[in-house]
Design a protein. Structure first.
Length: 247
């Protein structure tokens, strides 16, 4: 269950936890770290506006926030540099904002190619377009004070001191990332995954959804402590959202 807010004598609510969030088939996988006792819990919510209502002290989500109208986001270039060599391909280019207006991948891809050379859209990026739209509709620039875009592989690289050696869906990659989480104080990531799988069904969530949400919760905690990586050139999109990646 989500952690509760505490209330001061004056009646003002304040949060005692941070969250890492990753998209999954059932909606959004959420991992909370309680800042009072460092306990870690996980759950699934269907819609992203439910994540915002939890009012965490800091939330990091694995989904693009802030979309360029043209060209590429510099924060993604910086993220690839952090993951060179080996994991840079895990950072794919997000859709440009006008692409969200198309109904099919073919239309969005054709528009991108017509705008610039090598301006097409990957199918991987198109598959997450509904979740990008969902976040974009739910947030404002003010929310970025306690909500940030993260990239799990960048977050794991910060913990390790360099990119992970193995792909995350290989057994070796799962063990590598689980070890990094345990070293950072999250000892129940696999237990959280098994519990959510049992509660929501095998198709609702994948193991890497939970591991990624765990490492992003650690990034949220590090952002509060001013020890997280911030990758950005401070550019803002047409809605005023800062294009930045936290790791």
């Amino acid at each position: 269950m989500p952690a509760r807010n505490k209330t001061t004598a004056a009646g003002n609510a304040y949060t005692t936890y941070v969250m890492g969030v990753d998209g999954c088939r059932a909606g959004w996988a959420v991992v909370q770290i309680n800042l009072c006792d460092n306990s870690v819990s996980g759950f699934i919510v269907e819609r992203f506006d439910a994540v915002l209502k939890l009012n965490a002290a800091m939330t990091i989500v694995d989904m693009p926030i802030g979309l360029a109208d043209a060209g590429r986001r510099h924060c993604e270039t910086l993220a690839r540099q952090k993951l060179t060599p080996g994991r840079m391909s895990s950072v794919f280019s997000s859709p440009r904002r006008p692409m969200l207006n198309f109904e099919t991948y073919a239309e969005a891809n054709a528009w991108g190619k017509a705008q610039q050379q090598k301006g097409g859209l990957s199918k991987q990026a198109w598959m997450i377009a509904p979740k990008i739209r969902e976040i974009d509709a739910a947030i404002t620039p003010d929310d970025q004070a306690r909500l940030g875009e993260g990239h799990p592989e960048v977050a794991f690289a910060r913990l390790k001191g360099g990119p992970c050696t193995h792909p995350k869906r290989k057994k070796e990659g799962e063990r590598e990332r689980l070890t990094l989480l345990e070293r950072a104080g999250i000892n129940n990531a696999e237990d959280i995954y098994q519990a959510l799988r049992a509660g929501h069904g095998a198709k609702a969530i994948a193991r890497d959804d939970v591991y990624d949400a765990c490492v992003l919760a650690l990034t949220a905690k590090a952002r509060l402590a001013n020890t997280a990586w911030r990758l950005s050139d401070d550019a803002r999109d047409a809605r005023g959202l800062v294009m930045e990646i936290w790791g």
